[in-house]
Design a protein around this ligand. Sequence first.
Ligand code: GRG
Length: 253
Amino acid sequence: MRLSQIIEKVLDEVLPSEGTRPEVLSKAMRYAVGTGGKRVRPRICLAAAEAVGGTAEDARYPAAAIEILHNYTLVHDDLPAMDNDVERRGKPTVWKEFGEANAILAGDALLALAYRTAALAPRNVPQIVQELGEQGLGVVRGQVEDIEQGDKDIEFVYIHKTADLFIAAAVMGALAAGASPEDVAKLREFALNLGLAFQYEDDLLDGDSPYGMEKTQSLAQEATAKAISSLDGLSGDTTELRLLAQSLLGRKK
Ligand code: GRG
């Protein structure tokens, strides 16, 4: 099964079916995760398992967990108290569709579901759950720094708001496949740089960067090159991770 099929199948398996009571909650959770996302983080997770000599199937539950947690951050980020966004992925945001209170609760439920799902990994469950917690906390630290008035530390925001979930994805995928500590360290470095490159590219796509456009372009290229070079010496098949890193550079949203 290809990576994208594994991702959609496992998400469908772990999300509450639409009939689950209260129906508005299961509907909102499915709507939030639904289709339209690029699924970058679960792809990193599955491909990291392959890169350390395991199979993508080893990492199916951590892959679902990271995509679910990512979608919780988006649901809460869109709320009126934060970005007050009315549209995401071409559809009304969760709070617009289901109301503000239900959006808060759907986000909370997705966060809980992410941990329940990560705990289904075939091995190294305590380390996997700890990594998800560490980087999940990092995202909130990045967000708080970002909404801070006045001077903020942009690098801190980029590392935590964006790269942390890339790191969790790669590390959880590797651990689920039984990676050595050396391989986990290489993938951590890969994901940090890929996350930064992803954020620089996002700024380029938005036509707005604190570093200026020209500098941002070179930062994206440097970070991508650094990410790819961290894959050297890994014990498994790094094809998917290399393809993914190259495809994110110069992407069209
Ligand atoms: C509310 C706890 C909490 C956190 C919110 C991560 C975050 C903090 C908000 C998300 C908004 C944002 C612009 C984050 C930066 C990371 C980023 C570029 C997210 C979008 O990820 P994509 O492009 O989204 O992978 P898709 O739609 O493809 O899943």
